[in-house]
Design a protein. Structure first.
Length: 88
């Protein structure tokens, strides 16, 4: 599975987002409960302009890893989801 993730990262760096997405999808077939794979694929979908798919992937990832910080941050509907800390 990690080889597939490395391929996804390589394709993404090279600018081939379709290949990157395909590699992340392959990795998800191998480990569908891995929250970081959902984040990676969601990022690629967002880069492709498919924000609905990106949001859906975040929701799917949260089903498996509800406490994963990066998924929770990606799924925050607005900045108001996290109250500001007092500065005084």
């Amino acid at each position: 599975m990690w080889t597939t993730v490395a391929r996804a990262a390589t394709w993404r760096v090279m600018g081939d987002l379709d290949q990157a997405a395909a590699a992340f999808e392959c990795a998800l077939l191998l480990d569908s409960a891995n929250g970081s794979l959902y984040v990676g694929l969601a990022d690629v979908r967002a880069e492709q302009g498919d924000f609905a798919a990106a949001a859906s992937l975040v929701v799917q990832g949260l089903e498996y890893e509800p406490h994963e910080v990066s998924l929770r941050a990606a799924g925050a509907p607005t900045a108001h989801a996290f109250p500001a800390r007092p500065t005084a």
